[in-house]
Write a protein that binds this ligand. Structure first.
Ligand SMILES: NC(=O)c1ccc[n+]([C@@H]2O[C@H](COP(=O)([O-])OP(=O)(O)OC[C@H]3O[C@@H](n4cnc5c(N)ncnc54)[C@H](O)[C@@H]3O)[C@@H](O)[C@H]2O)c1
Length: 350
């Protein structure tokens, strides 16, 4: 198979003469261009790609060439997705990515590798996150635990765009600052999750007209995965009446409910003039709510002639007992993966 790379806008073409082909490491080079290649270019080094197992045939500076291919001919190169975490969401994503013509599975990493080995071919398995660049991902998606972003987030952003599936990690000022700094080269993407109206709320935050934001989550007690005092409070619920487990800042709540309040963390990032300290979160455990996860968002704007601007939305997401993640959230997350990437440096919502 011939391997080509081109420098947009189609002025320079390089023909790479690798034998055997290396499609899994350099899938970009397996593109067959829909126009003639004017001349062959001898190739000298693979150092630009930092791929020790790639033994021949890449032009110096070819990394830049590959990026340009994607920008000018996005239809030619499926977005390569690296998945970090292989639980419910990671498994769902790996399957959907493999089915999607616009996406390509670059790698899957899981804390316990054997769980991945049962399901996936060896070429997809990343055993050491420090080496994830070897799989040439365009977008790395974390769906494991907030701790991953603290340890690996800045490194991921050196390699690719980064979609942070557990944005509760950003409630730590240290993690938020390190990821915002690292997003100077590639984009940090925050999935909206169950947060409705992100764009509108961001616009109000930009203008400084967002005065208050409160996010309330109501779930069956079995759907919460809580820590510390909230765990004990939730465990003690035995009557059929709803109990307010928490009401206060999203910053304090995130470490107590790291798996449940990603939506609130996304809200705190979008409402950047209020932030994690200003946005209010409320968790209600309702033993009667056996089939739904409910998210209410209350936005308050400026007061004009004694009347306050306000918006209230209620999202009812079908969910089974004990499900931490509601059914619609999986599809919503996949659509975030499809929308993420390619917007350049900075923080983006998807
Ligand atoms: N943003 C969103 O809309 C959204 C939606 C659903 C889930 N999530 C988040 O995505 C993550 C995964 O969700 P899930 O439903 O697949 O959970 P899960 O429990 O089914 O899977 C989590 C996976 O990560 C691994 N893991 C747990 N702690 C880890 C750690 N400290 N280091 C490394 N690996 C660890 C587990 O072994 C498991 O393989 C969670 O953090 C969850 O809060 C976000």
């Amino acid at each position: 198979m011939d391997h080509f790379a081109c420098l947009a806008p189609m002025t320079l073409f390089a023909r790479c003469l690798s034998t055997p082909p290396v499609p899994c490491l350099l899938p970009h080079l397996t593109l067959v261009l829909p126009f003639p290649v004017p001349h062959h270019v001898s190739v000298t080094s693979s150092s630009a790609l930092k791929l020790p197992t790639f033994d021949a045939c890449v032009l110096p500076g070819v990394t830049t060439v590959l990026l340009l291919i994607r920008r000018h001919h996005p239809e030619m190169a499926p977005k390569r997705i690296g998945i970090v975490g292989y639980g419910h969401l990671g498994k769902y994503l790996a399957e959907k990515v493999k089915e999607s013509p616009d996406l390509e599975l670059a790698f899957v990493w899981n804390r316990t590798t054997s769980l991945v080995e049962n399901d996936l071919e060896d070429k997809y398995i990343c055993r050491d996150l420090e080496n994830c660049s070897m799989f040439s991902p365009d977008l790395i998606v974390e769906v494991a635990h907030p701790a991953i972003s603290k340890k690996f987030g800045p490194m991921f952003l050196e390699v690719a765009d980064y979609l942070i599936g557990s944005p509760t990690a950003l409630a730590s000022q240290e993690v938020e600052t390190s990821l915002r700094d690292a997003a100077a080269m590639q984009g940090l993407y925050i999935p909206a999750g169950a947060f409705w109206g992100t764009e509108d709320i961001m616009k109000m935050a930009d203008e400084g007209t967002l005065k208050d934001l409160k996010v309330t989550m109501i779930k069956h007690p079995s759907c919460f995965k809580l820590q510390g005092e909230l765990y004990s409070k939730n465990e003690q619920i035995c009557e059929e009446t709803a109990v307010t487990l928490y009401e206060g800042s999203v910053r304090t709540l995130c470490p107590l409910a790291p798996n449940n309040v990603n939506t609130m963390a996304a809200a705190a990032m979008a409402a950047h003039n209020l932030g994690f300290d200003g946005v209010q979160g409320c968790l209600i455990a309702d033993p009667q709510l056996r089939e739904w996860h409910i998210v209410e968002i209350e936005v308050t704007g400026p007061e004009i002639a004694g009347r306050k601007f306000s918006v209230k939305t209620t999202r009812q997401n079908p969910a089974n007992l004990r499900a931490v993640t509601g059914t619609a959230t999986y599809a919503s997350f996949l659509s975030s993966v499809k929308r993420a990437g390619g917007k350049g440096p900075g923080v983006h919502f998807c």
